[in-house]
Design a binder for this molecule. Structure first.
Ligand SMILES: [Zn+2]
Ligand SMILES: [Zn+2]
Length: 387
């Protein structure tokens, strides 16, 4: 079945919601306006239940099918938050909040899930229950977890979860997915290197932590190249280096390093975390200094369950020109927390030749709306066929 006619018909309206959300972007958990708009629409569509304030500013809508003989419940997720970026799209509906913009297309994701919710509320052509979950704070990796931590999955008996993200470079209307690991675990680390500061003219009386930290930065690069299985993919980047001195003639007392680790396998993640501490501590010790490592695991690996991913691909093929194999991506996605709680799949929908995600000129392509909405709706109707 191609794009659902009803959804094609609703395109101008859904695009208007998307552009309105785009004009009023909000950050992190502060998605008050967007959440209110979502809740108001869900109520207007006639959702059976609309609950706000889940995970601070998340919104949940419940749509019951015409029948419910098998007790099936599917969760569909959308994300509502924007990014701290100064918009440069030149769009007529550009952000009216200086320095904040929808540069990841979450305006489009929210609008598409709203479109699907409207269609499903109107037609109810399925046997079971749909739970639409609109989360805040995806960009800071906290919104999905906050909603799950409040017991959302159990409260509505969600059995499987599906989510979607747009992908620049993939033709509009096409999809891409892969089973198993899809997006990376996103970790952050801090290394506090302590030496013995002093006069820059008398290094012999000091333990210079800038020299120690520099050796640590280089040593860390050997983890991926020398310790990790070459077949496994991983990234380790040191992204910040700050010394306790701001003078040209003072050797600092300490240096703070900060960076990120991205992996697609738990084994590699464990290995990197372990080697990072070993190398930092032993290197510092070798120079007479000390290193203290803090390692934070933010967002887990996004792992698509095999059968739901195959089903998601089948639906994508039926509503679009095609569904290709998505590449492994080093970015992270906090839908991973929902996939840790329930089996399901995350799919990409094409955004055409747009600027990259998180770029000031990025914009969601409204032409992707019919395919995206249809994928959600078709998935529900085929996964829980009307009795
Ligand atoms: Zn993003
Ligand atoms: Zn995103």
């Amino acid at each position: 079945m191609p794009i659902k006619n009803r959804l094609a018909e609703l395109l101008p309206e859904i695009a208007a919601w998307r552009q309105d959300i785009h004009t009023h972007p909000e950050l992190g958990f502060d998605t008050t306006r967007t959440a209110a708009l979502v809740a108001e629409k869900l109520r207007a569509f006639g959702c059976d239940e609309v609950v706000t304030g889940i995970g601070q500013s998340g919104v949940v809508g419940v749509i019951r099918g015409r029948s419910d003989t098998a007790g099936r419940v599917i969760g569909l997720r959308g994300d509502m938050d924007a990014l701290p970026i100064l918009e440069a799209t030149g769009a007529a509906y550009a952000s009216q909040t200086e320095g904040v913009m929808h540069a990841c297309g979450h305006d489009g994701h929210t609008a598409m899930l709203l479109g699907a919710a409207r269609y499903l509320s109107e037609t109810r052509n399925f046997d079971g229950t749909v739970v639409v979950m609109f989360q805040p704070a995806e960009e800071i990796g906290k919104g999905a977890k906050a909603m799950c931590d409040e017991g959302m999955m159990d409260r509505w008996g969600v059995q499987e979860v599906y989510g979607m993200h747009n992908m620049p470079g993939l033709p509009v209307g096409e999809f891409a997915i892969r089973p198993g690991p899809l997006l990376a675990a996103t970790d952050e680390f801090f290394i506090e290197v302590t030496g013995h500061g002093g006069h820059a003219a008398h290094p012999e009386e000091t333990v210079d932590p800038t020299v120690v930290a520099s050796h640590i930065v280089l040593a860390l690069q050997s983890i991926i190249s020398r310790n990790a299985d070459p077949i496994a993919q991983g990234v380790l980047s040191v992204t910040a280096m700050e010394t306790s001195s701001h003078a040209y003639n003072v050797i600092p007392q300490s240096v703070r390093l900060r960076g990120t680790v991205r992996t697609h396998s738990a084994d590699l993640q464990d290995l990197i975390e372990r080697r990072l501490s070993e190398l930092a501590e032993a290197t510092a010790q070798g120079f007479g200094g000390a290193a203290k490592v803090e390692y934070l695991r933010h967002v887990p690996i996004t792992i698509n369950a095999t059968e739901p991913a195959a089903f998601a691909a089948e639906i994508a093929t039926s509503v679009s020109g095609g569904c290709g194999e998505a590449p492994l991506i080093m970015g992270g996605e906090d839908f991973a927390f929902m996939l840790q709680e329930r089996p399901g799949a995350f799919i990409f929908v094409g955004n055409g030749a747009s600027a990259a995600l998180h770029h000031p000129e990025y914009n969601f392509d409204d032409e992707a709306i019919p395919a995206g909405c249809s994928w959600f709706a078709e998935l529900v109707e085929r996964r829980m066929p009307a009795a």
